[in-house]
Design a protein around this ligand. Structure first.
Ligand code: GTP
Ligand code: MG
Length: 316
């Protein structure tokens, strides 16, 4: 059963943000997928995300995820790596807001996230750095090292260059800084893995580091599977309290605005209020004087016809 109806999701978006709704939808999908583990990739356009996942699938004869030199992946596509492990290919970040939106939504459905970076480009650019920072902020601190994995792709194009090690060291330092802790860090080449298959070279396959990376990833998936139910419940709990906090904060902000507006109105109308108050007091005072006078007349003319007339005036 869905957590929220369509109409409620709209309301939640208005009251919090689209990001919250995506997180709710992600947790909901994960809870309904029982103990299937989902691994998603993320990274810049053309960083080699789809190629890396095709390599994990040993997709030698045909691409299971489309690959290309232009922006290729536009939505989250899923494939089975094992019967209990799905891998999900996502659009590159920093291309369009719509792509970032899809990328974020699909990542929120993932148990493990593989962040890819093309090491041919050197260290992380600002977009990649900020994205990593943003992701790490959305994962519970004690879960980050378990759920987030960093992979440098394209090592075949850089490895032989003199500055390779310094590019790797600098990238590692940036990852540490953005995430706030050490996370698994891999250096691989999907291209080399496919070439190794064509040439039938086991040595080249090993040098691509894809088999080692796959073994590591499956080990991580198996660990995740052991705690998956507990983990998802925890995530749901965290999301509930974060949503409540955001709504409470919003309510407090609105209350402050109401108080401010009320004070402004009071301030604005204070002089008019004071003037009318004085006029009213003046009238009351005058009325008192008239009443007094009439009472005097009443006692002086208690049995004349004027008595009835005065009485009527007093009762008016
Ligand atoms: N030399 C080299 N090229 C690679 C490697 N991995 C991917 N490529 C090439 O990089 C280009 C983009 O690869 P994709 O796998 O489509 O990249 P992507 O990150 O999925 O791209 P989008 O889906 O558009 O964001 C393709 O031309 C690939 O052949 C690698 O390890 N080495
Ligand atoms: Mg792709």
């Amino acid at each position: 059963m869905a957590f929220f109806k369509e109409r409620e999701l709209g309301k939640l978006t208005d009251l919090t943000s689209r990001e919250f709704v995506q997180r709710w939808q992600g947790v909901e999908k994960k809870l309904s997928s029982k103990d299937t583990i989902t691994i998603a990739n993320t990274g810049l356009v053309n960083s080699g995300k789809s190629s890396l996942f095709n390599a994990l699938l040993d997709a030698f004869d045909e691409e299971r995820f489309p690959v290309g030199a232009i922006r290729t992946t536009k939505q989250g596509d899923k494939e089975h790596l094992l019967d209990w492990v799905d891998i999900m290919d996502t659009p590159g970040i920093d291309a369009t807001d719509e792509d970032d939106d899809v990328a974020y939504r699909t990542l929120m459905e993932a148990d493990l996230i593989v962040a890819t970076h093309n090491i041919k480009m050197g260290m992380l650019n600002k977009g990649e750095y900020d994205w990593l920072l943003h992701l790490a902020e959305r994962i519970e601190k004690e879960e980050i090292a378990r759920r987030l994995i960093f992979v440098c792709t394209w090592i075949d194009e850089r490895e032989r260059q003199e500055d390779y090690q310094s590019a790797i060291d600098e990238t590692k330092r940036q990852v540490f800084e953005a995430v706030g802790m050490e996370i698994p860090f891999w250096e691989v080449s999907a291209k080399r893995y496919f070439a190794a298959h064509q040439k039938g070279s086991e040595a080249l396959a090993q040098a691509s580091k894809i088999p080692q990376f796959k073994a590591f990833l499956l080990e991580r998936a198996s660990e995740a599977r052991k705690i998956v139910v507990e983990q998802r419940k925890k995530e749901l709990h965290t999301l509930c309290s974060e949503t409540m906090q955001t709504l409470e904060l919003d309510r407090a902000k609105l209350q402050m605005e109401i108080d401010k507006k009320r004070k402004n109105i009071q301030k604005q109308y204070a002089p008019a209020y004071q003037s009318w108050k004085k006029i009213l007091e003046n009238f009351r005072y005058k009325r008192g004087l008239v009443e007094e006078k009439l009472n005097e007349l009443k006692s002086e003319n208690s049995d004349s016809s004027l008595y009835g007339f005065i009485n009527r005036i007093i009762e008016m």
